[in-house]
Design a protein around this ligand. Structure first.
Ligand code: 5GP
Length: 200
């Protein structure tokens, strides 16, 4: 495995997708991991771009067949990362970026301890998160309350991450994210160092 991994977590609505869209538009050497989910498709989202949308039965079949690198139940829906494309991207030496929750991060960290860089992004406050979710206009009042309440629990696990960004200024956060991506790319695993040393 020559590639590297960057896990990005943070409350739904903190701006992760917009930041990542901006990065991915200008860098086609990054492999963005498209997750599979059982949640309904939102206005403006596309199958195979934002997620692969499947039924609960299909998702549970994939769990049984061990097709996921990790999966979790988030806000009462399943979300998971398929294993095969990640292995291929890493073998091709790519930087793989995941937008997954704190449970997913914990699993990926256990599976790839040497390759992983981790980042947590959030809003300046809970109130700001609620405002952004309301402004996005894609979720009902109840769903927004559930997401804000989930965010409070997710925030408690911020200490498990190497980097932390508060997205209060899009351009500034984007620049910081670019720096973290640069560092992720040059990070060397112990395995890489051992290989280098034996050939040096
Ligand atoms: P949303 O429904 O807003 O797209 O995503 C809800 C949450 O699920 C976000 O925190 C997002 O990071 C997380 N998520 C998306 N895909 C995955 C995945 O494949 N695995 C895990 N564990 N979490 C995911």
């Amino acid at each position: 495995m020559n590639g590297s991994l960057l896990v990005i977590s943070g409350p739904s609505g903190c701006g992760k997708s917009s930041l990542l869209n901006e990065i991915l538009q200008h860098d086609n050497s990054i492999y963005f991991s498209i997750s599979t989910t059982t949640r309904s498709i939102r206005d403006g989202e596309k199958e195979g771009v934002d997620y692969y949308y499947v039924s609960k039965q299909e998702f549970e079949k994939d769990i049984k067949e061990n097709n996921f690198l990790e999966w979790a139940n988030v806000h009462d829906n399943y979300y998971g990362t398929s294993l095969k494309p990640i292995k291929k991207a890493l073998a091709d030496g790519k930087l793989v970026i995941f937008d997954i929750d704190v449970q997913g991060h914990e699993i990926v960290k256990k599976k790839f301890p040497n390759l992983l860089t981790s980042l947590f992004i959030t809003t300046p406050s809970q109130i700001e998160l609620e405002k952004r979710l309301t402004k996005r206009g894609t979720d009902s009042h109840d769903t927004i309350q559930k997401r804000v309440s989930n965010a409070k629990d997710e925030m408690k696990r911020v200490f498990e991450y190497e980097y932390f960004l508060v997205n209060d200024n899009f351009e500034k956060t984007l620049e910081d994210l670019k720096s973290i991506i640069k560092v992720t790319r040059v990070k060397k695993s112990k395995e890489d160092l051992s290989n280098f040393l034996s050939n040096w």
